[in-house]
Design a protein around this ligand. Structure first.
Ligand SMILES: [Zn+2]
Length: 305
């Protein structure tokens, strides 16, 4: 597992889930106590635990395991991880909390939607209710020595999505609210599966932009500067996709046709397409699923003409 020190108190762990590098990140914030942002899926929890050991983090010093949302690649490992962190509580949006306590339905739905990819992630284990913090917007997670995280409700990608803000570095942990950042080609790719709420996703981006952040800490993947520019570019990208999906739906185009036009017209997708095609997980899912999210959204909420 590659561990990268980003700040004196902040580390990026490449979870290398299923052996895939630069795909799923966890972040460790060390104050007097410790906070972890994102667990990744169950299958790579051993990698996370060995990274904590390398960072000399004692299990009993971890107070918070903050997840952006319950999708398997972000919070799926919470139950398994908590078994090894005796004092930690999981921080999650209130609408995500019941699924952490009782993950069976989440697992079944994930298997339906993601198919074989779920086998790379592993089944989530339950988190006992007294160890779940259903977090409200604005809540502050303080781990001492001036290190803290502010909870930001950022719906859109999911109806239960949170981002986190680190005031010391003016950094945002956006979960899936700001797309997948591909460092190799320096562009973002939308993470917008159905049921996408585009209106809420755009409002969430405005909320992140208002913080005037300096740096992004993407779950997919890694640290990226020019945060404001990246958030604004992502907003433009979502609008472009929505326009193309709207036209496509009007013209009775199918998913494939709409996806093809999106790739043609979105310069970021031009840069990303080769990388995505050869990626073990993204290749299978990301483009069609994200386009489907837009199609469903524009059908359900047609733009006022
Ligand atoms: Zn997600």
């Amino acid at each position: 597992m590659k561990i990268t020190k980003l700040e004196d108190y902040l580390y990026l762990i490449d979870l290398e889930t299923a052996g895939i590098r630069n795909f799923i990140a966890s972040y460790v914030l060390k104050g007097k106590e410790v906070a972890i942002v994102e667990t990744g899926p169950t299958s790579s929890v051993p990698n996370l635990l060995s990274s904590l050991e390398k960072l000399d983090v004692k299990p009993e010093t971890v107070s918070y395991v903050a997840i952006s949302h319950i999708h398997l690649d972000h919070g799926g490992g919470a139950g398994t991880l908590l078994k090894r962190l005796p004092k930690a509580k999981v921080v999650v949006h209130p609408r995500g909390a019941p699924h952490l306590a009782n993950p069976e339905k989440l697992w079944q739905q994930s298997r339906m939607v993601l198919g074989e990819i779920t086998e790379l992630y592993g089944a989530p284990e339950p988190v006992s209710e007294e160890r779940i913090i259903a977090a409200a917007d604005g809540m502050v997670l303080d781990v001492g020595n001036n290190v803290s995280l502010k909870v930001l409700e950022t719906l859109g990608h999911a109806s239960h999505h949170l981002s986190y803000y680190d005031p010391l570095s003016r950094g945002i942990f956006p979960g899936d609210a700001a797309g997948i950042y591909l460092k190799e080609v320096d562009v973002t790719v939308p993470t917008t599966p159905a049921p996408l709420r585009l209106d809420m996703a755009l409002a969430s981006l405005d909320k992140l932009i208002d913080l005037k952040p300096r740096v992004m800490y993407y779950s997919h993947f890694g640290e990226a500067f020019d945060a404001l520019e990246k958030l604004q570019a992502y907003k433009r990208q979502l609008r472009l996709w929505a326009d193309i999906a709207g036209e496509g739906v009007q013209a009775n185009e199918n998913l494939e046709q709409i996806a093809r036009r999106i790739v043609e017209k979105d310069s970021a997708m031009q840069k990303a397409k080769e990388y995505i095609k050869t990626h073990a997980v993204l290749g299978e899912t990301v483009l069609n699923e994200s386009v489907q999210g837009f199609i469903d959204f524009v059908k359900k909420y047609p733009a006022p003409s």
